[in-house]
Design a binder for this molecule. Structure first.
Ligand code: FEO
Length: 169
């Protein structure tokens, strides 16, 4: 159950989807035969689609939540560096570039594919190890901040917009 009133909880629903995607790619990573051309290419295609979805999620958060929170805090002359830096350290673009490299390497030898697989595993584990706590921080730190500085109706509207944009995607 969400720790905040469901009507104004802007993070939990989209994060359920993001966590589901993490579970899916973690399972696929363990079951993929990296020596098999089709398996490898399917994994990369799925990863690419997943990380585009992550990027869309981040864009929606930036535009519909963080930007509004920053403006609200600025109007109240409150500085909070965590709000400004919330998405500055994620590696979504680097991961997408890595998947592109994988498609190129897929056409080479088994050995090169296996080497790339090790790099891919390491990068995904590293990414996941940061992404899950990042979402937790948004739920634990930013949701209470939103509740402190926005009205119930403002947050209910914000949640509607956030969910609608995720559904449209
Ligand atoms: Fe909800 Fe910034 O990931």
């Amino acid at each position: 159950m969400a720790p905040f009133p469901e009507d104004i909880d802007v993070f939990t629903v989209p994060h359920s989807r993001m966590k589901q995607l993490v579970q899916i790619y973690s399972q696929k990573l363990t079951s993929t035969n990296f020596k098999n051309y089709c398996d490898f290419e399917n994994l990369l295609s799925d990863l690419y689609a997943t990380f585009i979805e992550f990027k869309t999620h981040e864009k929606i958060e930036n535009e519909e939540i963080m930007k509004r929170l920053k403006l609200k805090l600025k109007a109240l002359s409150i500085s909070n560096s965590a709000v400004c830096n919330c998405h500055s350290d994620n590696r979504l673009s680097e991961m997408l570039e890595l998947f592109h490299n994988g498609f190129r390497c897929n056409r080479r030898t088994d050995l090169e594919r296996l080497r790339f697989a090790a790099e891919l595993r390491f990068a995904l584990e590293d990414f996941t190890g940061k992404f899950i706590p990042h979402m937790q921080e948004e739920e634990d730190v930013f949701q209470p901040l939103l509740m402190k500085y926005f009205t119930f109706d403002e947050l209910r509207h914000m949640k509607d917009v956030v969910l609608t944009r995720h559904e449209r995607w």
